[in-house]
Design a protein around this ligand. Structure first.
Ligand code: FES
Length: 71
């Protein structure tokens, strides 16, 4: 995966966001709480929403259930 800086205010890149999604984060607010991305000017929020949505559609259903128990 090509990495890119998503949140310029808090220097959070896509790999960091995906890493939290793979470990059980489920929403943009989870990503905000865990990384502080999107908590300053908010300009990156639509991009974070897209990454979260894209991750949710890619994840196989059995992996979703496994992660749900892991939180
Ligand atoms: S660019 Fe992410 S909060 Fe400003």
């Amino acid at each position: 995966m090509k990495n890119r800086l998503v949140c310029l205010c808090n220097l959070v890149d896509e790999k960091e966001i995906v890493s939290f999604l793979e470990r059980g984060a489920k929403s943009t607010s989870d990503i905000q709480r865990l990384t502080r991305a999107g908590t300053s000017c908010g300009r990156c929020l639509p991009e974070i929403d897209e990454i979260v949505a894209s991750h949710q559609t890619k994840k196989p259903k059995d992996q979703q259930q496994k992660l749900d128990f892991g939180l």
